[in-house]
Each structure stands twice: as structure tokens, then as C-alpha cells.
Write a protein that binds this ligand. Structure first.
Ligand SMILES: NC(=O)c1ccc[n+]([C@@H]2O[C@H](COP(=O)([O-])OP(=O)(O)OC[C@H]3O[C@@H](n4cnc5c(N)ncnc54)[C@H](O)[C@@H]3O)[C@@H](O)[C@H]2O)c1
Length: 358
């Protein structure tokens, strides 16, 4: 068994990952004149006491508060962060600690990177999705109008501290959301992780979550370090996301929004179906993948008549170029190919397949 926490580097940024990470992170928070912590109402109540208990030496100047939820990941909330930082007289050499899930690390990174042309920030992700994905890789941003992550920039945090201690209070829906992204790494590049995951039902994974998180974090880092600005290889991480993002946006407008991971799980079923029929590919046993996903994710409920709207949303996604839909597809289990143009008709077919075969 690996000794935790482990130290991984991405673009010279330290990522301290695993049990005990928080306790050993004090040095990252020293040397700043002012330190602010960005929280939402949940992380303020649940995660902040844990943070302060493990890091009593962090000298906090003030708390920057926002309301949780994807629907608040917008420019108005970013503006409220800038406003609060201004009232606190924050400077470029101050530090913003982003304590929360992917919404907090995305918007906090964005607000910090643009405040006075860039102040320091550290990500302390508190959801599984944040820990294995959102907080890593320097993508920051907000949604704009109805489109996800439309405004943003690449900005490096000073450090990322990933400690499973926060996961104890996460509800099953949020654990499942991160689990989908973990499954994505396993399917596109990490068969040992797939085996580790496959051996356990989602309900039983908590015991092993530390080891699986470290594997998933190193998978993401290993890809991003070769292609920070997503000109090629990083697009591998988009597996399940072309359809997934459109579904996430679609459900955001309904009374039953779905988590990022639930949408990506559905997107991975569609992308697998397309991969299985792709000429020259060896994705021969897609049923095994459908079963693995269906074991932990209930199929999303939309109707055939919603498909035109979902296709329209897909056209607006950043992955669509010159009206062509770009997909990452599975060449075979554990190996994916990015940036494949898939005809619209095939994508529509995959959505019908998703609805039909449940
Ligand atoms: N930048 C990237 O590379 C990247 C990658 C993937 C996803 N994302 C973004 O991440 C976001 C989704 O992140 P998320 O799934 O973490 O959702 P989230 O940030 O909305 O958090 C989910 C909920 O859990 C609560 N919460 C957070 N930590 C908790 C804890 N320890 N215990 C109890 N409750 C807790 C939050 O307050 C929130 O209500 C999306 O906006 C997505 O676009 C970004």
C-alpha cells in the first residue's frame, strides 16, 4: 500500500493528495499578508471547521461567501467575489483559498485570476469530482447565458490540497457524480483502476476511495502535463462530455437538474455506442461498459421529442467546431482517440439507443 499523502507535480504546482494532506499543507499557506477563504453555505458549515481544525496556523483575514449551485456559477457571482475582495482591500499578493466543490474552484480560480490582473489562489477541493477533476488542470471559468464554462481562462493555482477527510460528509449523489469521472479515467486509460472499481459496488467504495483518488489524480495530471491548453491529448478527457454537457445544460433548465457526473455517465453510454460501431475500432464488448455504468447510474429521463433540443445545445458547446460535433471515442477498453468528427445522425441514433436500451 502506498504511503499517503503523495506529492504530484503539474506545471511545477504541488498537488498534495491523500490521507493527511491537509495536516501537512501548512507551508502552502504561509508568506501571504492576507488570506481569504471562499466558501458556499454548505462548505462554510461543513468543511471550514475541518480546514481550520487541521490548519490552525492559517491566519484568515476574511471569508468570501457565495451561494452554492451550478446556476450561480456565473458572472454575477464572480462580480460579488470581486466586490467582497475589494471591501477587504485584497491585493495581488493576497491569497484566495477555494474551499469547495467544482463550482467553487472554477469560479474562485476565475475571480482570483482576473482580480487586479491576478491574485494567488489555492484549491482545496471538497467533493470527489473536485478532487479528481475540477480542481486540477488550471481551467477556471463561469457559465454564460445557458452555456457551460463559456467565459474563463487557464490559471495555475499556487497549490492543490486533496484530502479525503472532506468526503465523509458528501451525500451519495455527489459521490456518484465524482465516481463517473473516475470511471472515465478507467475506461480511457487505466485498466488497473477499472479493476479496482469493478471489484466494488459504489456503495462500498468508501474504504478504498483514497487509493482510487490518487490513481485518478495521477491519470489527469499525466494527460494535462503533456497538453495544458487542450490542443490535442487533453481532449481525451472529453470522453462522454459532448453529449454529457448538452444533457447537463438541458436538465439544468428543468425541475430535476442532474449532477455533472450523472450527465457524463449518460454521455459515456452514447460515446461507447458510437465507438462500438466505428470503423477500424476494437471496442468489441460495449455491453460490459453499459452494465458497469448502469450498475451505479439510473438512466436519465428525457423523451425522444427532447432530442432536437439536446442536439441544439450540443451545437453550442466549445467542442463543436464549424457545426461539426467532435467526440472522444474508445478505440478499445483502456484506450481512447480524441477529436473525432461524428455525423449528427449517428449522435441522434446514440441518444435514441440510450432511451431504448435500459
Ligand atoms: N475546471 C475543470 O477542469 C472542471 C472539470 C470538471 C468539472 N468542473 C466543474 O465542476 C462543477 C461541478 O462540481 P461539483 O460536482 O463538485 O459540484 P458543486 O461544486 O456544486 O458541489 C456540490 C454540492 O456539494 C456541496 N459540498 C461541497 N463539499 C461538500 C462536502 N465535503 N460535504 C458536503 N457537501 C459538500 C456544495 O456546497 C454543493 O452544494 C461544474 O461546474 C463543472 O463544470 C470543472
Amino acid at each position: 500500500m502506498q504511503k499517503e499523502p503523495v506529492l504530484l507535480n503539474l506545471a511545477l504546482v504541488h498537488h498534495l493528495v491523500g490521507q493527511g494532506a491537509l495536516r501537512q499543507a501548512a507551508a502552502y499557506f504561509s508568506g501571504y499578508k492576507k488570506i481569504f477563504i471562499l466558501v458556499d453555505e454548505n462548505t462554510e458549515k461543513i468543511c471550514l471547521p475541518v480546514f481550520l481544525r487541521y490548519l490552525p496556523e492559517v491566519d484568515v483575514t476574511g471569508y468570501v461567501r457565495i451561494i452554492s449551485g451550478e446556476s450561480n456559477k456565473n458572472i454575477q457571482t464572480a462580480s460579488s467575489i470581486w466586490q467582497q475582495l475589494t471591501l477587504f482591500h485584497a491585493e495581488r499578493d493576497s491569497l484566495l483559498v477555494n474551499l469547495g466543490g467544482g463550482v467553487i474552484t472554477d469560479i474562485g480560480g476565475f475571480a482570483a485570476a482576473t482580480f487586479k490582473r491576478g491574485m494567488n489562489f489555492i484549491n482545496v477541493p471538497t467533493t470527489l469530482l473536485g478532487q479528481i477533476d475540477a480542481a486540477i488542470g488550471s481551467k477556471t471559468g463561469v457559465d454564460f447565458n445557458e452555456y457551460k464554462n463559456q467565459i474563463g481562462l487557464f490559471a495555475h493555482p499556487k497549490a492543490v490540497v486533496i484530502d479525503p477527510v472532506f468526503l465523509a460528509t458528501l451525500d451519495q449523489k455527489q459521490i456518484r457524480s465524482g465516481y463517473a469521472e473516475m470511471l472515465k479515467y478507467a475506461l480511457i486509460m487505466d485498466i488497473p483502476l477499472l479493476k479496482l472499481m469493478g471489484l466494488q459496488h459504489l456503495r462500498e467504495i468508501n474504504g478504498n476511495i483514497g487509493a482510487m483518488t490518487i490513481k485518478a489524480v495521477s491519470d489527469k495530471i499525466s494527460i494535462v502535463e503533456k497538453d495544458m491548453h487542450e490542443s490535442g491529448l487533453r481532449k481525451l478527457l472529453n470522453f462522454g462530455h459532448t453529449v454529457g454537457h448538452a444533457l447537463e445544460t438541458f436538465f439544468l433548465k428543468t425541475e430535476h437538474p442532474v449532477t455533472h457526473g450523472e450527465a457524463i455517465a449518460a454521455g459515456m453510454i452514447c460515446a461507447t455506442m458510437i465507438s462500438a460501431g466505428w470503423p477500424g475500432f476494437e471496442c468489441h464488448s460495449p455491453e460490459q461498459i453499459y452494465q458497469t455504468i448502469d450498475r451505479d447510474f439510473t438512466r436519465l429521463k428525457f423523451a425522444g421529442s427532447d432530442i432536437p433540443e439536446i442536439m441544439r445545445l450540443m451545437q453550442q458547446d466549445k467542442k463543436t467546431k464549424e457545426n461539426k460535433l467532435h467526440f472522444t471515442l474508445l478505440y478499445k477498453l483502456g484506450e481512447a482517440v480524441p477529436d473525432i468528427i461524428v455525423p449528427e445522425e449517428k449522435v441522434r441514433e446514440s441518444l435514441h439507443f440510450y432511451l431504448r436500451n435500459q
